[in-house]
Design a protein around this ligand. Sequence first.
Ligand code: MF3
Ligand code: CO
Ligand code: CO
Length: 270
Amino acid sequence: MERDESRRDSQRVTLHPPEDFAGMRRAGRVAAELLDHIGQFVRPGVTTGELDRVCAEWTAERGAVSAPLNYRGFPKSICTSVNHVVCHGIPGDKVLQDGDILNIDVTPIVDGWHGDSSRMYFVGRIGVKARKLCEVTYESMMRGIAAVRPGATLGDVGHAIQEFVEAHRFSVVREFCGHGVGRVFHEPPNVMHYGKPGEGMVLREGMFLTVEPMVNAGRWETKILADGWTAVTKDRSLSAQFEHSIGVTANGCEIFTLSPAGLDHPPFAA
Ligand code: MF3
Ligand code: CO
Ligand code: CO
């Protein structure tokens, strides 16, 4: 996800012709299949570095390129964000333990198109609160996506997410947002996961976006660790995230990163 540090205007947002949808469909499919594939490896005792290696190998075998690797200096092929890590966790020696929740965020590049998607995975048996957090986060993403159509605004999308999350007494992270996606990994506009109806940029057919709410069990504030990447909740509360890449169509949107096996919605695998 992008850090929200600039106001970006609608002039710079790419409007894609129908043939570009075919490109994103292929990239999104590879992202979804990769997230389907990695699920079986998520279990107590495995390290996040091992998950990275499995994903890197699978992606290369498919003839795709892992966009995160060397992106602005990011050292690995996927992001692995465990428990109170909000996003951009760096895979390494961390050993997963029974009861952990884990976000895996992947972005294979296929024929130049970026398929950006993430899901939550459960390590062994999960607490009631952690499960609820993941379910609410998933549902908030889908409500945001349901608000996407030509003529709707980014504020409508953010509002749909925020309203649902806060009704469940969880909070929406402010410092990171969704983004335009396509031949470029991150491009305008910024897609905030909070907002007011009718505010913000008007959506138009042919825009490609990610919707990727980060939801905290406690307060929304985050901080970045000394590695320069890992974002964590300031209060160390649990955090969850889901992400789809979508394209705005004539009367709604198309989700490019749906799981062909149906593994991207609750009840989640692992
Ligand atoms: N996949 C992330 C997103 O959803 C971006 C990760 S950038 C990285 O936008 F460098 F941390 F990999
Ligand atoms: Co993204
Ligand atoms: Co992502």
